[in-house]
Each structure stands twice: as structure tokens, then as C-alpha cells.
Design a protein around this ligand. Sequence first.
Ligand SMILES: C[S@@+](CC[C@H](N)C(=O)[O-])C[C@H]1O[C@@H](n2cnc3c(N)ncnc32)[C@H](O)[C@@H]1O
Length: 180
Amino acid sequence: MHRLDPATKSRADVRRMFDAIAPRYDLLNRVLSVGSDARWRCRAVERALAGFSAQRPADVLDVCCGTADLALAFGRDERTRSVTGVDLSRSMVRIGRDKTAAERPRLAVADATRLPVRDAAFDVASVAFGLRNLVEPERGIAELARVVRPGGRVAVPKAERERACSAGTSRTCSRVSAAG
Ligand SMILES: C[S@@+](CC[C@H](N)C(=O)[O-])C[C@H]1O[C@@H](n2cnc3c(N)ncnc32)[C@H](O)[C@@H]1O
């Protein structure tokens, strides 16, 4: 996979790179994770939705959603009321939409560092393997914290959690939970 220089990459570079990778992304993911990605997503959903129930379901936002596999996994869980996935790459979103016959999850093209979402709109905001690709990771983390309701959860994989905590404000950190 082509790597961009973190010091000089632009949003357009990142978008171009993922537009180019999109048709092969799912296959690459399966092969590189030796098929463990599905198990990882199950665990991530379990942790992110702990404390919610069918009677008290969560509104979930998955940013940098890629081809929507995590958003789909959230959508299949009865503890979610609504699931929205956003990604910068049109091609990733298009492939995600092809997998989602129904309206769940709702997918949109949007920048994780400028979410077109009002404050405190979601119970859970997740990001999986996306922070490392952001041109402004701190801003992305602040956005996750902004869109989560008081008492809600920002769910980040263990591998990216340190980055989230070191870049985030203490307000953000207190709500970051490991999502897998
Ligand atoms: C490694 S993929 C991860 C996709 C998915 N979360 C997964 O776990 O398979 C990173 C994703 O982040 C997206 N991305 C990068 N910069 C972004 C930004 N500023 N806003 C939204 N999405 C972005 C890319 O288009 C790509 O789909």
C-alpha cells in the first residue's frame, strides 16, 4: 500500500489514495488481517455498545468508515437506533452503499475534521484505523468529542488510543474507550 508523507500530505492526497485503493480495500483487509478483521469488529461493537440496550439504544457515528463494515456491524446490533458512517473518499462510500441495501447505516461523504453534524448528536462516535490518516488528527479527535452527548462514548481501537489520548483534550480522553 502506498504511504503518504505525514509531514506533507494533503486532504486531496489522502482522498486520492483511498479512492484508488477502494476497489481492493476489503480484500486487502481480509488478507492483511488474516481474516481476523470480522472478529475484531464484533469485539469493537460489544465494547462500544456496552451499557446500551434495545430499550435504551444508541445513535452511532462511525467516522473514516471506509467501506462501512464497522457501520454495518453496528447497524445489525439491536442496541443501535441509528447508525451513520462518513468518509472522505467517495469511492469507499460508494462501495459501502452497495453493501447496504436498506437505509441502515446511512453513509455520507464528509471530512472527519469538519463534521457537518450538530454538537452532542450521538451516543457513540467511533473511528477505526482512521486517525493515522487524518491531516489534522487533533482536530478529528476534538470533533469526535464534540458530537458525542454527555455520558456518551468515543470508541477508538487500542492501537490508536494512545494517539487519541495524547492528542486529545482531557475532556476527550476521559471518554475514550478501547474499541477492540
Ligand atoms: C484505513 S481506512 C479505515 C476504514 C475503516 N474504518 C475500516 O476499519 O476498515 C481509513 C479511512 O479513513 C478515510 N479518511 C482519511 N482521511 C479522512 C478525513 N479527513 N475524513 C474522513 N475520512 C477520512 C479514508 O478515506 C479511509 O476510508
